[in-house]
Design a binder for this molecule. Structure first.
Ligand SMILES: O=P(O)(O)OC[C@@]1(O)O[C@H](CO)[C@@H](O)[C@@H]1O
Length: 362
């Protein structure tokens, strides 16, 4: 990743040396404190206090990944006065993903939506939101992901839609930008146009993170791309734009979305926000790890039990890219384990899991 950044940007010697130092520290050294005075310095000081001085190799995977991205941003000059202030170092990669053939195809495929029955359209937008999570640049950089799809290991679009009742606030905790965010906006549009949501809160990352994670400016970039596209994608983009203007969609970026901890440790203001939602939708692998706890749980641990701390109904839509998984049936686990594929980590399997089901689904 550091090599990609060095070749993507004309960074001067200071930034190049800071990135090389981060590479040395994170691959063989100890955790060093933050040296910047960015606005999130204070909150990070609390998250790193008991880790400073420890070898990186002894920190937890989730903690190390998050801190790595925070240090990387500081190393590129993101928080310092100067030419790189506020420059998203991953922007060229995200832009390439937004303008590639696979995203074009996804957007073109939306032209089929108006010809589908309401039930098929519901199913199609959920499937697109789930499988949109395959496009993830951090994962592509660290694996030989093939893009093959093998199917859902749990849940169904029907289970997802049965969470919704009277119109209410729906929160969507987004993951990657580009094609995945485009699919998420299609889902948001469906929630609003079918009256399942009276308004939607879209949660994105406050800063560039995990290469392709969506930030507020990515929301605008993807929306501009949609509105500049012909056909259904353009129509959806324009409706989403109007919903933003009307306050039916709000975009938020709480600092905790870049925190190195599980959602069970979320701060009170974020908990209160989720408690006010009729349904909260969590997208992607990292949000799933943080939602159920980034641990080697038995795969058959009930999903409801893993998220029992969460203050409301929720759905997780995720492609499996890491070993963490719960809520599977014993039969599913044994048949997947019998196969050759590393099904938990290959990015070829996905899931839809829900908790807090209404007693009489609409
Ligand atoms: O949250 P996403 O985008 O679905 O996936 C992110 C992710 O797969 O990328 C990292 C590197 O492979 C993993 O640690 C992490 O879970």
């Amino acid at each position: 990743m550091i090599e990609r950044l060095l070749s993507a940007h004309p960074f001067g010697p200071d930034v190049r040396e800071a990135l090389s130092a981060l590479l040395r520290q994170s691959t063989g050294g100890v955790v060093e404190p933050l040296e910047d005075d960015a606005p999130d310095h204070g909150v990070w000081a609390g998250w790193i206090a008991d880790q400073v001085g420890r070898p990186w190799a002894e920190t937890s995977f989730l903690w190390a990944e998050s801190y790595f991205f925070r240090k990387l941003l500081a190393a590129t000059g993101f928080f310092a006065p100067g030419p790189w202030r506020g420059v998203d170092p991953f922007a060229p990669m995200k832009r390439a993903e937004l303008h590639n053939a696979a995203t074009d195809e996804t957007l073109k495929a939306l032209d089929e939506l108006p010809h589908l029955s309401a039930a098929d359209r519901d199913a199609a937008v959920v499937q697109a939101a789930v499988w949109g999570n395959q496009a993830d640049l951090a994962f592509q950089l660290s694996t030989d992901a093939s893009g093959a799809t093998s199917g859902l290991v749990a849940g169904s679009p029907e289970e997802f839609w049965s969470l919704f009742g009277e119109p209410g606030a729906v929160h969507l905790v987004a993951d990657n930008s580009a094609g995945e965010l485009a699919a998420d906006l299609v889902l948001v549009d469906r929630l609003l146009t079918t009256g399942r949501a009276d308004h939607v809160v879209l949660h994105v990352k406050p800063n560039p993170y995990y290469v392709s994670d969506a930030t507020p400016s990515d929301v605008l970039e993807v929306l501009n791309h949609l509105t500049g596209t012909s056909g259904e994608a353009g129509d959806i983009g324009r409706r989403v734009q109007e919903s933003l203007r009307a306050g039916e969609i709000a975009v938020r970026s709480h600092p905790f979305f870049c925190a190195p901890g599980d959602f069970s440790e979320m701060p009170d203001d974020l908990r209160a926000d989720f408690a006010s939602a009729a349904v909260t939708i969590f997208k992607g692998d990292l949000n799933y790890r943080r939602l159920v706890g980034d641990r080697h749980w038995p795969a058959t641990r009930p999903f409801d039990e893993a998220v029992s701390y969460f203050p409301g109904p929720l759905a997780a839509l995720r492609v499996l890219k890491s070993e963490v998984v719960v809520g599977l049936s014993a039969g599913t686990v044994s048949s997947l384990d019998e196969g050759e594929e590393p099904w938990r980590t290959k990015g070829s399997h996905a899931l839809i899991q829900t908790s807090g089901q209404r007693s009489s689904p609409r």
